[in-house]
Design a protein around this ligand. Structure first.
Ligand code: NGO
Length: 532
């Protein structure tokens, strides 16, 4: 009888303990404080109201305007596999009563990419002036949910969203990355993955470096040998590749659906060996050079004095402009070391007019500031502040990609396996801890359209390499472009970034685990609280 009693007491104590720990678990899992959420880029304003909304089997996504249906579907496709719920998507003109996620357009939001996300116990409301803002509100909501939703498999946790209001808009209109698909070629699926990952952090431009000495990567129907010959190799002598116009259009559409504009670049008049190797007539001596597999730069140039050069540029830009809905075409213009400066200026002046004729604005590396700039031309600062300043004097705006801070191909430190280091070693703090509007004396906020992190791929061969160099530095660049400078500081950011460990891993990103970041797994946190 006595032993029975002891067993009974032990049993009750065990049940009690289990209850206590699971309550503790639940309590820890509830995101009650919106202000403590770890959103990147950091929103402009967050007001917490201390409760939560649960996404459950009744939750429906409503959208109030046809234009928002694709965004509603995009969100449903994230939530369905994670919850196992149906998450229906329905059009509805006014706010539903409960269990809703409601997406709507409203003129009460002032800016084109801004949004308001309001969560109460009965639902979430995302409001914006334009669909882009609603999409960014959805990305914020995504980061308010547990990282495990990114795995695409059913999770066991309840999905709770902390209540309160986020009011947000970006500081700069151009927030981008560049992928060099010329030095090494990357197929459509790789580019789509880059687009997916950039869009999570509210980036809105992907610049594709489509031609260089080592490879021509876009089909031009009137000059078919560009891809037949010029597309057939890459650094190291691999087989290269290229996008057909149909594939390029598919990339453009995929990006558009994620509010990312593709900025295509044809690098000219230097960095043109692949084109020169494809067509002898583009060379001043009429002889095609060999394909090039090395990494040295600055040895090639189009033949400035030949008329056919401008027919070539015109055909290429015409075909590219016809399949590019974005406003910019990038004409390169960097490191034309074997083009005499007079010829260089003559060529860039002509190339700008050709781009303008085909209805687009010009972007070019900072050297183009030596030429006469058209009123809407933008100078991309990568090497020389004096060039960017010259551009500003000539009335141009600047896109900021200073190689010492923004180049994503620079090694993190001396032992990084891939990457270059001619400009600097760029650790995660270096990539974050600088400001666009104070980086170069004389270049202030009104001169700048935004920021771009270029990933050059001399040493980058596959998606793992891409991810290792881009992540986590690109999150910092996204925040530099989005969050007001006076709301950013490295000490606070590094903790927030560290809390993205689970999310980066759930997204299966091969990121660089910098020692400067206090990486923290939320999953371990819960286990800690249970064992206490
Ligand atoms: C430079 C050069 C590229 C290289 C890159 C490597 C620019 C604008 N031109 O940047 O050809 O690939 O550095 O970091």
């Amino acid at each position: 009888m006595k032993t029975k009693n002891i067993f009974f007491r032990l049993f009750i104590t065990c049940i009690g303990l289990i209850c206590l720990t699971s309550c503790e678990f639940k309590k820890n899992a509830i995101p009650k404080d919106l202000a403590k959420q770890q959103i990147i880029p950091k929103p402009v304003s967050v007001t917490a109201t201390g409760s939560s909304f649960e996404i459950n089997s009744n939750t429906t996504i409503h959208y109030q305007d046809e234009e928002l249906q694709p965004i509603a579907n995009y969100l449903a496709e994230i939530l369905r596999p994670a919850t196992g719920f149906k998450i229906p998507v329905k059009v509805l003109s006014s706010k539903p009563s409960s269990d809703h996620i409601f997406l709507s357009l409203s003129d009460s939001i002032a800016t084109d990419e801004g949004y308001k996300l309001e969560t109460k116990e009965d639902g979430v409301l995302i409001k914006a002036k334009k669909p882009a803002g609603v999409f960014y509100g959805v990305q914020t909501l995504r980061q308010l949910l547990p990282a495990a939703i990114e795995k695409g498999t059913k999770m066991t946790d309840t999905l709770l969203v902390a209540t309160g209001t986020v009011i947000d808009n970006p500081s700069y209109g151009y927030r981008g990355a560049m992928l060099d698909v010329s030095r090494h070629f990357f197929g459509v699926d790789d580019v789509k993955r880059v687009i997916d990952l950039l869009s999570i952090y509210k980036m809105n431009r992907l610049h594709l470096h489509l031609s260089d000495d080592q490879g021509w990567r876009i089909e031009i129907k009137s000059w078919p040998k560009l891809t037949e010959i010029g597309g057939s190799s890459e650094v190291g002598g691999g087989e290269g590749g290229f996008y057909t116009q149909e594939q390029y259009k598919d990339i453009v559409k995929y990006a558009q659906d994620r509010f990312i504009t593709i900025v295509p670049e044809i690098d000219m008049p230097g960095h043109t060996n692949a084109a020169l190797a494809s067509y002898p007539e583009l060379n001043c001596d009429g002889k095609a050079p060999e394909l090039y597999h090395g990494t040295k730069v600055g040895f090639s140039t189009l033949c400035i004095e030949k008329e056919i050069t401008y027919k070539f540029v015109d055909d290429v830009i015409r075909e590219l402009a016809a399949i590019t809905p974005g406003e910019y075409i990038h004409i390169g213009g960097d490191e034309s070391h074997v083009t005499p400066i007079k010829d260089y200026i003559y060529f860039i002046n002509k190339a700008q007019k050709i781009v303008e004729k085909h209805g687009k604005k010009v972007l070019g590396w900072d050297e183009i500031a030596h030429s006469e700039l058209l009123p809407n031309t933008v100078v991309q600062y990568w090497a020389k502040g004096e060039n960017a300043l010259k551009g500003i004097e000539k009335g141009a705006k600047v896109l900021m990609s200073p190689s010492k801070k923004a180049y994503l191909d620079m090694k993190y430190d001396s032992i990084t396996r891939i990457g270059l280091h001619w400009a600097a070693y760029i650790e995660v703090d270096d990539a974050y801890d600088w400001n666009l509007e104070t980086y170069e004396e004389g270049i202030s906020k009104e001169n700048i359209i935004g920021v771009e992190g270029p990933l050059w791929t001399e040493t980058v061969e596959n998606m793992d390499d891409i991810e290792y160099l881009i992540f986590p530095r690109v999150l910092g660049l996204a925040e530099i472009g989005w969050t007001p400078t006076n709301q950013r500081n490295w000490e606070e950011y590094k903790v927030r970034l560290g809390n993205h460990k689970d999310r980066l891993e759930a997204l299966d990103i091969n990121y660089y685990p910098s020692k400067l970041v206090p990486w923290k797994s939320m999953a371990n946190q819960k286990i800690d609280s249970i064992s206490k």
